[in-house]
Design a protein around this ligand. Structure first.
Ligand SMILES: [Zn+2]
Length: 231
């Protein structure tokens, strides 16, 4: 099988050996990419599974959650293909999966007449982002902003407290866990109509804490989108 990111045949203009390409090439040979849904040795999402994803209807699940003016998810978290893809996007070092998933979110958003200026994402604490190497929600926000022709400004919202995982916590514990954990930049956000992106909506406590920080920074309005909704 041909490695997916072969670029050894492209010499650097300065003639220096490209260690990054070399390492990526051999990583692909030793650990060839597998489809995140079916496990086939292929790309991170094989053509068959991409077709399955495309065939999965958009559900436009709407949630009323203050202070959001609008908040939607594209499907229930019970959809097996989406659960697997989101898990791999977060935990299996597959940031490329943000592309098909982000396109799905942007397509759902095109059915709403929300007027938006900026796209931001639920931030990871810098420690966790260093461990993971990327923030999956920021990767999704980049794709959504590209498709919708909006500016992406995830750097305007920071997680200042390294909160424990929300998994296994009740609603009130989740709210307490993330209260005051986020800090938004008024210089970047004041007066803007902002879209907040995340992967999964569970109780909404994290999205709400982010939205409150963004409101405190003086935005005009805050909207939200996630791939799935777990409720
Ligand atoms: Zn597959």
């Amino acid at each position: 099988m041909k490695p997916s990111h072969t670029s050894l045949d492209q010499p650097r203009p300065d003639g220096a050996f490209n260690w990054e390409s070399f390492t990526r090439y051999w990583l692909d040979v030793v650990f060839p990419p597998r489809c995140a849904n079916c496990g086939r040795l292929d790309t991170t999402l094989c053509v068959t599974c991409q077709t399955r994803l495309d065939a999965l209807p958009l559900k436009y699940l709407e949630r009323m959650l203050p202070p959001f003016t609008g908040l939607i998810s594209t499907e229930s978290h019970r959809a097996p293909i989406l659960r697997r893809l989101i898990h791999s996007l977060k935990y299996d070092n597959m940031p490329h999966l943000a592309q098909p998933l982000g396109i799905r979110m942007a397509t759902a958003l095109q059915h709403y007449d929300w007027e938006l200026d900026l796209v931001i994402s639920v931030p990871l604490h810098p420690h966790r982002q260093r461990e993971r190497g990327y923030n999956q929600s920021a990767e999704l926000a980049k794709v959504v902003s590209e498709v919708l022709g909006l500016r992406e400004l995830s750097s305007a919202l920071q997680r200042t407290v390294n909160t424990r995982s929300q998994v296994g916590l009740g609603q009130q514990q989740r709210l307490d866990n993330v209260a005051g954990a986020f800090d938004a930049d008024p210089l970047s956000l004041a007066g803007a109509r902002v879209l907040l992106v995340d992967d999964v909506l569970t109780t909404g406590a994290t999205m709400q804490a982010c939205a409150e920080a963004v409101i405190a920074a003086g935005v005009h309005s805050i909207y939200g989108v996630t791939i799935t909704s777990a409720s």
